[in-house]
Design a protein around this ligand. Sequence first.
Ligand code: FES
Ligand code: FES
Length: 175
Amino acid sequence: MVVKFVVNSKKRAYKGPPFKRLIDVLRDDFGLTGTKEGCGEGECGACTVLIDGQPVNSCLVPVGQVENCKVETVESLGSSAELHILQKAFLEEGSAQCGFCTPGMLMTSLAWIRNGGSDKSQEIREYLAGNLCRCTGYQHIINAVIGAVREYKKAKARRKGLFLPSPRVSGERAG
Ligand code: FES
Ligand code: FES
């Protein structure tokens, strides 16, 4: 079977069993290894990607279900030369330790920001409740998202877009 969909603004066609998990197609067939597998059971959120703008656990989604959908992975965010507002905030707040949860945290946070989410700590905590982190104790992550929400709003007001340059980062992302 051929499943056609868009990944990070690029048209892709997957040939194979439609029940193969989306995470495996992304990582093994398309080489997009930024998306991580933690539990493989829909409990940890490490594998979160956006499907048509909504955060989804890609370990639970058969690829056949994303026919004609728009999938976004962490690779769609910025680069080391031009970090996304969220990546910059995570970096500055020290929000990644082992980094395993980070791609999923970033993608869920991206949905929050895009959907007009607030900078209220408790609301962000609730939205990110499906993303588990064993290292940070969450506060640094929440602080980063609060900062990113505020930056995003400012950037939007200035009509400068979502990306900010960052001269001091050599690695793209942890994990
Ligand atoms: S790996 Fe998908 S939710 Fe844990
Ligand atoms: S930074 Fe290690 S699991 Fe979150």
